[in-house]
Design a binder for this molecule. Sequence first.
Ligand code: GRF
Length: 205
Amino acid sequence: MSINLALMASGRGSNLKAILTAIAQGKLDAHATVLVCNKPEAPAIEIARSFKVPVEVIANAGLTRNEHEEKILQALSQYKFDYIILAGYMRILSAQFLRHFRDPRGFFRAVNIHNSLLPSFPGTNAYEDAFNYGVKVAGVTVHLLDEEVDHGPILAQEAFPRLDADTLDTFMQRGLSIEHQLYPKVLQMLAENKIPILLKETAQA
Ligand code: GRF
C-alpha cells in the first residue's frame, strides 16, 4: 500500500533527498505530499522543489512555539497524508501539536530519525557527543515521536563501529550513509504494514 508523507526539515536535507530518491526509484512506495520547512534559507527547500514536491516555508523567527505550530497545522490541513516524517527538523514539536496526529492505537503518526542509538545521546549534536565520549559502537535510530524529545517507540536501529582511524568527519559520514539507507527502508516497511510494534498494537486494539 502506498503511503502519503508530509515531510519536515530545517537544514541540509540529505535524509529528505534519500527519501525522495527512493520514491523516485520505486524503492519506496510513497507519495511526498508536502515539505514543511521552518528555515527560509535551508537547502532542503531546493531539494524538495527539484523533486516537484510542494513546499510550505513557515519561518519560526519571531513567533512563539504555539503560534508557529498553529501556522504549520493550518498549512498541513491542505494536504492529505498518513505520516509526518521529520528529516532533520530541528525544532521540538509540542505534545499539543502531536495530539492532532494521534492514531486510534495511541501512537502519534510522526516519525523521526536520530543520529545515535537511543536512549544514548539524545540532542542536537549526537554524532559529536558520541564521538567525544569515545564510544566504540555508534548508530542511528528511527522512531515514532512521543511527548518527550528524541524519545518514543523504536522502529529500527542500526549500529556502526567507530574505527581507530576515525575523525569526527569520517565517523559522521559513516553514520549519515547508514541513515540514508535505513530511513527509506523503514518507511517502506511502514507502507507495507510490516512494522512489528504497530502490528502488535493493531492486534490488541
Ligand atoms: C541527521 O543526522 C539526522 O539524524 C538528525 O539531523 C541530521 C539531519 O541531516 N536528526 P539532514 O538535514 O537530513 O542532512
